[in-house]
Design a protein around this ligand. Sequence first.
Ligand code: HEM
Length: 496
Amino acid sequence: MNIDWISGLDDITVAIVVLLLTLLAIRLLQSPSNVPPGPTGYPVVGSMPLMGRGNPLDIFRTLRAKYGDVFSIQIGSTFNVVINGLDALNEAFVKNADKFSDRPDNLAVQDYLRGKGIGASSGDHWKQTRTFSLMTLRGFGFGRKILETKVKEEVTEYLDVIEGQKGQPYDAKELTHIAVSNIICSIAFGSRYNYSDKKFKHLTALLNENFRLNSVNGAIRQLPWLRYLPGDFFSIKKFHRNGDQIKEFANDQIAEHRESFDENNPRDFIDAFIQQQKKYGQDHPIFEDNNLAAAIKDLFSAGTETISAMIRWSILYLLHNKPVQDKLRLEIESVVGTSRLPSLDDKPNMPYYEAFIMEVLRMGNIAPLSVGHGARTDIPFRGMVIPKGSVIIPNLDSVLSDAELFKEPKMFDPERFLGNDGNVIGQKTMAIAFSLGRRMCLGQSLAKIEMFLFITAMIQRFEFIPENPERLPSLEGIVGLSRTPKAYRFRAVKLH
Ligand code: HEM
C-alpha cells in the first residue's frame, strides 16, 4: 500500500484525524450493539451532509422505507432515534410513557432555561410545572367564557387592521403573530397591548427573531462547541442577547405584579404563580422566578408560531379552494348570521368548519417532527436498545401523510372528515397533530378556541382572493422548528 500521502500531511491535521477517529471508536464502543438501524454517517458530522440534501420529511420517508418504523440517524454529536407510524408511536409514547416522556438535556439553548419551565424540563420538575400550568390556564379560561371574551377582543382588532388594507394585497404574517402573542399576554400578564405599543412591538420582534434563529441554532445542539467560535457566524450570541431581553421583560412583569398583588384576586398566570410562591417560599424549585420566566417563555414560543401558522395555512388553502371557502361561509352565515361574531356555542353546529380545520392541521402539518424527547437511560424497544442520551423524534408526519389512513393524502379534501350523515369523523386519528402520550400539547384547547374564533370571523367578514389568480401562492412549507407557509399576499374584500 502506498502511504506517501500520510507523510504529506502536517502534524496538526494528523493529530485532528487521530483524535476524531479515537472519539468515534470510543463512541462506538460505548453504544449498545443492537441500536435501531440507520445510515452510516461520517466522523464528527454524522449524517449532516445527508440531511443537508433536502427536506427532512422526505429524507425521513426514504429512511423509513429502507430501515423500518424505528430507525436511527447520527447528526453531529447527537444520536437520534426516529419513531414512525401510529403503532410504533403508540407503543413508545403511550404504552411505555414512563420511559419516553423526558426531554433531551440540551433542548433549551439558553442556560437559564435549561431543565426549567414546561417544554424543556423532565422528571418531577416537569410534572409539577406542567400540572400547575395546566390547572392555572384552565382557571384563567382554557375552554371557558373569560378566554372567549379575550380572544374575541383580539379578533375584532385583528379584523379591523385587515379591513384597513381595503382589499389591497397584504401579507398578514406580522399582524397575525402580534395578535396571537397578545392572547398569551392576556393570559400571562392579565392585559393585551395596543398593536402600536413600543414595548410590546419590541417583545414580539425578539420572540420572532429567536424563533427564526432557533432553527439556525439547531446547529449548536448538534455541534455544541460551535458557540465558542469567535464572532457570531451562527447568531448564537444574538440569540442569547435576545433571550436575556425576553427574560428581562418577564422579570419586569413579575416585579410589577408583585407590587400590585392581591391574595384574594389573582388576575393572571403570574399572580397564580406568586400565590404559590407565598405558600412555598421564593426559593422553591418550582415556584422560583426563573421557572416562572421559563414557563412564560414556553407559552409564548409554543403558542404563537403554531396558531399564526395555522391561520396563514387556512387562508392559503382558502385561496386555493374557492368552493371550500364558499361552503364554509354558507355554514357560518346559516349558523351565526352576519350581525355578530361567531362564538364557541356555535362550534358544535359547524361540522364543515371542523372538517376544514382538521384537514388544515393534516396538510399544514405544522409540527411534523413534534418536539424531541430524550432517553434518560438505555431503553429496550422492539428488540432493540435506544441508547441513553439519544434524542427520540416522534415523526407525526409519518401518520398525517399515511396513505393507508388518508386516501390520496396529498389532496386537500375536508370532506374526508365527514361521514355519510354529515357528522365529523377521524378525530381520534387526527389528535396526533398535537402529539401523544403524557407530553401531548398543553395548549390544545386554547389552540382550538383561537383557531375557531379567528378563522370563522375572518371568513364571515371577508372574501379571500389571490393577489394573482393566474399564479397562486406556493403550498410548500418551510420546515424549521415548525412547518410554516412561505410568505404570500392575499386580498381580503369586505363582504358586509
Ligand atoms: C394548532 C396548534 C398547536 C399544535 C399543532 C401544537 C402541537 C404541539 C406538539 C406536537 C407538541 C410536542 C409534544 C411532545 O413533546 O410530544 C406541543 C407541546 C406543547 N405545546 Fe403545543 N401546539 C399547538 C398550540 C399550542 C398553544 C396555543 C399553546 C399555548 C399555550 C401550546 C403549548 C404547548 C406547550 C407548553 C408544550 C410543551 C408540553 C410539554 O413539554 O409538556 N401549544 N404542542
